[in-house]
Ligand binder design. Structure first.
Ligand code: SAH
Length: 255
């Protein structure tokens, strides 16, 4: 049988309109769509009638379908000749395990492609009015996971980040905010460094909480910030305030 095609597709950060045309075309043509928890389910309504939808969602600490099972199904459906869309929140290659899935299908000799998506830090920062780089304020950006704070193997180098990077975008970090704050302060970041918490970025439920490295952990608790949320650390967070002031005169899109 002719093998099918596995498309590993980024669905974008939450707002369903923030998907690429190419990704949308793959959704419309798919026989099978295997989608994650952070994918906006509205996107599934574009699937053709009869397409199978398989939920592979994971919430933190709880896996509804183990990763090896997902990879096995991608290989199996691909080998059976189906057009499979593996639909993931944000970008599949940014903390999305898309690389592992690409390796699994490639090893099995199944044709595959990767279609990028707008990663949540880019999407959420845009709708919060926070430019991740900004002339005079930030010339570098690091995308970091907060979920490996206590790992021995590949720990995040908070010491180097504190000294060497202007804007830090932390994914999966809200539960580790106290630790992250402590590390950055310990390694020389100023307590006055602005910080933003972006919850449900780009969606109608978006919440934006701003503070400083000094108080952000207390603010997160007080405001009951929950997943999915991003931590943006750096002087660029101040630009949001500037834009909001100007917005008093000119109506724009920043919420
Ligand atoms: N591949 C995804 C990231 C998956 S890891 C991407 O490129 O965006 C999951 C983490 O992404 C969450 O813990 C959260 O930190 C972040 N995230 C995903 N969607 C988000 C959203 N709409 N608002 C804020 N953070 C989000």
């Amino acid at each position: 049988m002719k093998p099918g095609m596995v498309s590993i597709v980024g669905a974008g950060p939450g707002d369903p309109e923030l998907i690429t045309i190419k990704a949308m075309r793959r959704i419309q043509d798919a026989d099978i769509i295997m989608y994650d928890r952070l994918v906006n389910e509205e996107l599934l309504s574009y699937a053709k009638p009869g397409a199978r939808r398989i939920y592979c969602g994971k919430s933190p600490g709880c896996h509804s379908m183990p990763q090896d099972k997902i990879e096995q199904l991608l290989v199996q459906y691909g080998a059976e000749g189906y057009r499979v869309v593996r639909l993931k929140g944000g970008d599949p290659f940014v903390f999305g395990r898309g690389g592992e899935e690409a390796l699994a299908v490639a090893e099995a000799g199944i044709p595959y492609e990767v279609i990028p998506g707008i990663t949540s830090a880019i999407g959420a920062a845009a709708s919060a009015g926070i430019p991740l780089t900004h002339r005079g304020l930030a010339a570098s950006l690091a995308i970091v996971t907060g979920s490996r704070c206590h790992e021995q193997n590949a720990p995040v180098r908070w010491d180097e980040l504190a000294r060497g990077v202007d804007t830090i975008a932390v994914y999966m970090g809200v539960s580790q905010l106290g630790f992250i704050r402590e590390q950055l302060l310990l390694h020389g970041k100023s307590a006055a460094t602005p910080v933003a918490l972006l919850e449900n970025g780009t969606t109608a439920r978006q919440r934006i909480i701003t503070g400083t490295l000094d108080n952000i952990d207390k603010l997160a608790v007080a405001m009951k910030v929950t997943n999915p949320a991003l931590i943006i650390i750096g002087e660029v967070v101040k630009v949001r305030e500037q834009l909001l002031h100007l917005q008093n005169d000119v109506k724009s899109q920043i919420v």
